[in-house]
Design a protein. Structure first.
Length: 463
């Protein structure tokens, strides 16, 4: 006879406003959330069910809003140690200015930069993070392992988009010649990373995607073979797309078509693909994304920082395109926080054609939670507060100075100042308490980041 399984350890949270972000946008003005081990057991109005066994902790969440944990769908962690540079550049000039520095990174720099990027997001309510890492200088060490290790130590759910570049300056691309891989080498290293680290299970903490960098830094062969590799391995694919007018011009000159048509011609559209930025999309492009269920990582602050433009997010959502939010690399979004992107997404999109009807507070929250889960292919397990889903959630304090006079807690979270995070849980484990990480030493990370930023600057200056 099999031994009886241990009773689940339960955490009971009561007296909170709750935004579930489920299919019906169910909300409770005062409700409860019960966690059993790493799963949500129940969520609803009023007090938790009576008679629950093995309750190891009870939390009185009066004055708080509980939401699903935030999900970041586009980032470049290594840029944490190159913040504040080329601050008045458009995308192409910014890349040209920074690639020579980025090409000097090594394993220690990448580990520390990943810790900084993850720490800033995690203490601000991110429970699922991703990193699109595509710079692999020869002899730089195990960069993928360093990034994945940093995420595991921080305790966040994580997707590594293993990037690659094989089109350098000599081939008409932007990266320096010594900053790219060969096509064959990039594909082989990507496959090795997937096989070593990807976990396809429901409650996976680490997943890997195939992620050639962008049309102006990769060959058509790498893009096409990358799509084939992703589908052969059963993982998702990611890249940058339609970010700037210069990219549009580049694709027309080199390939005779716009970015979306080019991606589709190589097999790089589909429900297993998500694309960063997608700022310059016409009606036909949006229709193609909707038809193929290709996802979008919307990065409003980075798009503004690099003067790329305003993505047509309301039109994408109306067409049925999955859309999530992204921080983007912190060399183009120096704050590195996703919870501020809820507000920025709403405000920036209201500057576009739809004006005040572009997005509302609940749509912005959905972008940062369930939308992100859709984009990363994890909508069955995270992104909303529903029984059976993984226990990734945040308690936002909304009764303090910055929010107490805003009656609606979701409006307070999105329109108001960045709300304090009283507690953040990932997989049923608390990783943040009162705006401080429980899994890392923030002061040490700050010191190490400064040291590595200075070391990289010295190496880059020496050429």
């Amino acid at each position: 006879m099999a031994a009886p399984s241990a009773a689940p350890r339960r955490i009971v949270i009561e007296n909170a406003a709750i935004a579930t972000v489920d299919a019906n946008d169910t909300e409770y003005a005062t409700g409860h959330l019960v966690v059993a081990d790493n799963r949500i057991e129940s969520v609803g109005a009023g007090d938790a069910p009576v008679g629950l066994e093995n309750v190891v902790r009870r939390i009185d969440a009066t004055g708080h809003l509980i939401t699903p944990g935030l999900i970041n769908t586009h980032h470049h962690f290594y840029q944490w140690i190159t913040r504040g540079l080329a601050t008045d550049h458009n995308l192409f000039d910014w890349l040209v200015a920074l690639y020579p520095t980025w090409a000097r990174i090594d394993e220690q720099m990448v580990r520390v930069a990943a810790q900084g990027s993850l720490a800033m997001m995690a203490r601000g309510g991110v429970t699922t993070a991703m990193d699109h890492h595509y710079v692999f200088p020869q002899g730089s060490g195990d960069l993928s392992g360093a990034i994945i290790g940093a995420a595991a130590d921080m305790g966040v759910r994580f997707t590594l988009a293993r990037g690659s570049m094989d089109r350098s300056e000599k081939d008409g691309g932007l990266p320096p010649d010594f900053a790219v891989e060969t096509t064959e080498g990039a594909l082989a290293a990507t496959e090795e990373t997937v096989r070593k680290y990807h976990d396809a299970s429901f409650d996976a903490m680490t997943q890997v995607a195939v992620a050639p960098c962008s049309p102006f830094s990769i060959s058509t062969e790498l893009l096409r073979e990358g799509a084939a590799l992703g589908r052969r391995l059963g993982v998702r694919m990611h890249t940058h797309g339609s970010e700037t007018v210069e990219e549009e011009k580049f694709c027309h000159e080199l390939f005779g078509m716009g970015p979306t048509d080019y991606f589709e011609s190589t097999g790089f559209l589909g429900e297993d693909v998500w694309m960063a930025h997608c700022v310059h999309m016409n009606d036909s492009d949006i229709e193609a994304f909707a038809r193929t269920r290709t996802g979008v990582a919307h990065c409003p602050s980075s798009n503004a920082r690099l003067a790329a433009g305003i993505a047509r997010v309301p039109d994408m959502l109306s067409a049925g395109v999955p859309v999530g939010l992204g921080v983007d690399g912190t060399a183009s979004n120096e704050s590195g926080e996703l919870h501020t992107e809820l507000r920025n997404a709403l405000l920036v999109n209201r500057l576009g054609a739809h004006r005040e009807s572009a997005l509302n507070a609940r749509q912005a929250l959905r972008l940062g939670t369930f939308g992100g889960a859709q984009v990363l292919g994890r909508a069955d397990s995270v992104g909303s507060l529903e029984p059976g889903k993984l226990a990734d959630f945040v308690l936002w304090k909304v009764d303090g100075l910055g929010h107490s006079s805003i009656a609606d807690p979701v409006t307070a979270l999105v329109f108001g100042a960045a709300a304090p995070v009283t507690a953040s849980f990932v997989n049923g484990r608390q990783i943040v308490e009162n705006n401080r990480l429980l899994t890392a030493d923030e002061e040490r990370i700050a010191r190490d980041a400064r040291t590595e930023a200075q070391r990289l600057a010295r190496i880059a200056a020496q050429g």
